[in-house]
Design a protein around this ligand. Sequence first.
Ligand code: FAD
Length: 275
Amino acid sequence: MSRTFSFEFFPPKTPEGVEKLRAARDALARLAPKFFSVTFGAGGSTRDRTLETVLEIQAQGLTAAPHLSCIGSSREGIRELLNTYRSHGIRHMVALRGDLPSGMVGVGEFNYANELVAYIRETTGDWFHIEVAAYPEVHPQARNYETDLQHFAGKVKAGADSAITQYFFNADGYFRFVDEAMKRGIDIPIVPGIMPINNYMQLARFSDACGAEIPRWLRKKLESLGDDTASIKALGLDVVTDLCARLLGGGAPGLHFYTMNQAGPTLEIWRRLGL
Ligand SMILES: Cc1cc2nc3c(=O)[nH]c(=O)nc-3n(C[C@H](O)[C@H](O)[C@H](O)COP(=O)(O)OP(=O)(O)OC[C@H]3O[C@@H](n4cnc5c(N)ncnc54)[C@H](O)[C@@H]3O)c2cc1C
């Protein structure tokens, strides 16, 4: 089985951000990833910028995969967006529930990502390759491990083709999740999401919000480095390269890098892995 490598961007807000993203995209394009995905802000807040970013990637002859979250949306709004992507020849998509932005009330016409996947299949058949999210360390709102896994299975049953995980630093949790999924008949590729470590405070904030565990030894080590960014980056490269090597060595079907719109850390991990 060939492995799948992909890189994730967020839609930039400023002209400088747009330039920075172009430079990162061009540098990472040399690694010939299967696709570049572009996130979708909570509640559709980046709808137009996600579309623009996706179209610019596609215009470079690269494959772009928009993320699409359904919470707070109507069926009509989602159908319009699917048609827009389709009319531009986009065939890859990351389908999510998303989170409601604070202050927003009413979930709209979709409650969970499996309903979005089913709706995409219902309205556009097999046009899109659909990725969904997976949580080896359990989604923060899930009742327990088993129900979360069943909900993951529900997205696969609704028509997902492959999955990308939330980032994690514990390879064993990933392998267990893949085993448990296989035992339940889930046979789609589950690609690990990889978060390079550049900034400890930012990483700690993200991890607390999304339920990704930073192992205690790593947290302590990063904390002890204070604002010595060079040492944090050096430690991060060692730890994340080692994680990627373990994942690929153990049979992971590829890697999806959360690049944070920076090429440097991903390029260096790639070089060290000898990919
Ligand atoms: C690879 C990846 C990319 C992401 N990209 C974005 C992005 O671009 N924009 C963004 O806003 N967020 C993004 N997120 C975050 C994601 O939107 C949040 O984690 C969100 O809280 C859950 O989305 P989901 O699609 O996994 O939801 P779901 O699969 O719907 O699961 C959400 C929760 O509901 C539970 N659940 C699922 N189905 C049911 C059901 N039928 N009944 C009861 N409970 C159920 C699950 O166990 C889980 O706890 C991304 C996450 C990942 C891993």
